[in-house]
Design a protein around this ligand. Structure first.
Ligand SMILES: Cc1cc2nc3c(=O)[nH]c(=O)nc-3n(C[C@H](O)[C@H](O)[C@H](O)COP(=O)(O)OP(=O)(O)OC[C@H]3O[C@@H](n4cnc5c(N)ncnc54)[C@H](O)[C@@H]3O)c2cc1C
Ligand code: SF4
Length: 340
């Protein structure tokens, strides 16, 4: 049986108190929301905070307000997002992403904030302590070498969050709160391409809110490939969103790839290529090939990287066809095992 290491536990009732505790406890403290990722990681000794600051009792983190866009508290559970009619109708890509995270039980516990701050994953790292010790650990924790690429100077662990690519494609911002400051940044800028320091969040900051702009004229979609159809982390994903003119041409597009890099990969070249064009079969083919060129899957998750690179082209094609308005239920059933 894997036991949790000892830790001190706080359960503050408001954000200010939580931020204060985080500030005073320093880098030995971590916040915990649903605990669906952090608690197993602690049992495997991948993350060993001496102090846990629970966010579950902070009501203000569970608010969802609907103005010109949508303000979502970081403590909302993924189930609450999936049950929200506005998200389903106006931000379909986010809805599809949240609906495909893990299992119903985990979505009941897992939160939006925890999902966007999710630790990066790697088959040499997502193992118990003894397994990792047997290979002398790796650069991400306690070791020196990266087993995926022994020449690499940085960890290549994979960003595996489902909601972040969808949210970035929708132009989401994130609010970060510390004891002495509050700041807002584009969610895309929360990430960097480093499997260890994958977040630009400062150690004393809490993600308090995710803000979506008005969905006017925007359509969005999220496609995910995973090993097990019932539930699993993505081995690749494509989030696509676009604002469409009345004649069907694209005013602005944002295509974001998940699980092929240590951060959600914003495909600016594809976005530029799509601007002003209608989604004809030829345009979709060209854009999907471009997605395949941008992606850099490595050998640290299920499936061969070269195959995943090819599969991206197919999944991007499906995403863009759905964005065009095609009925993709047959392909959805094949890939996601249910119609989304
Ligand atoms: C079997 C299994 C399958 C899974 N499948 C998927 C999947 O398909 N897709 C997927 O995306 N995830 C998956 N997960 C991971 C996880 O369940 C979800 O990502 C979930 O949304 C995490 O949220 P949480 O609230 O439980 O996070 P926690 O475990 O509480 O925290 C995760 C990380 O985020 C930090 N954090 C949490 N909230 C905040 C905040 N407000 N501000 C700053 N930092 C914060 C924590 O410190 C920690 O580092 C799976 C997990 C399991 C066990
Ligand atoms: S990518 Fe390399 S350093 Fe990072 S977790 Fe995997 S083996 Fe470790």
């Amino acid at each position: 049986m894997m036991r949790l290491p000892r830790f001190q536990y706080y359960a503050p009732r408001d954000i200010a108190e939580a931020a204060q505790i985080l500030n005073s406890e320093g880098s030995d403290a971590m916040v915990v929301a649903g605990g669906t990722d952090l608690i197993p990681n602690m049992k495997r000794k991948q993350q060993m905070p001496k102090t846990l600051i629970a966010l579950r009792k902070i009501d203000s983190l569970r608010q969802l307000t609907n103005g010109s866009g949508l303000n979502m508290g970081a403590g909302l559970s993924l189930t609450e997002l999936v049950r929200n009619d506005k998200i389903k109708s106006d931000y379909a890509g986010l809805w599809q992403a949240a609906a495909q995270v893990a299992t119903p039980h985990l979505r009941n516990m897992g939160t939006l904030g925890g999902n966007i701050c999710l630790d990066t994953r790697c088959s040499y790292y997502d193992q118990n302590y003894e397994w990792r010790k047997a290979i002398n650990y790796c650069m991400k924790k306690e070791g020196e070498v990266c087993w995926v690429s022994t020449g690499s100077k940085r960890c290549l662990a994979t960003s595996s969050t489902d909601t972040a690519p969808a949210l970035i494609s929708l132009g989401a911002k994130v609010r970060l709160t510390s004891a002495d400051e509050e700041r807002e940044l584009l969610l895309a800028d929360l990430y960097q391409d480093d499997g260890i320091d994958y977040l630009m969040r400062r150690a004393n900051e809490i993600v308090t809110e995710v803000i979506l702009p008005d969905s006017n004229n925007w359509r969005s979609t999220y496609w995910k490939l995973r090993r097990r159809g019932s539930f699993d982390f993505p081995v690749l994903s494509v989030a696509a969103a676009a604002s469409m003119a009345k004649d069907g041409s694209i005013e602005q597009a944002r295509i974001v790839l998940g699980a092929v890099s240590s951060q959600p990969l914003v495909c600016e070249k594809v976005d530029e290529f799509l601007q002003g064009k209608k989604l004809s079969d030829e345009v979709i083919e060209e854009a999907s090939l471009l997605c395949g060129k941008v992606a850099r899957p490595v050998k640290n998750t299920d499936f061969n990287p070269a195959w995943r690179k090819r599969a991206i082209i197919r999944i991007a094609t499906y995403a863009l066809q759905e964005l065009r308005g095609d009925d993709m239920s047959e392909q959805r059933l094949k890939i996601a095992r249910h119609i989304l």
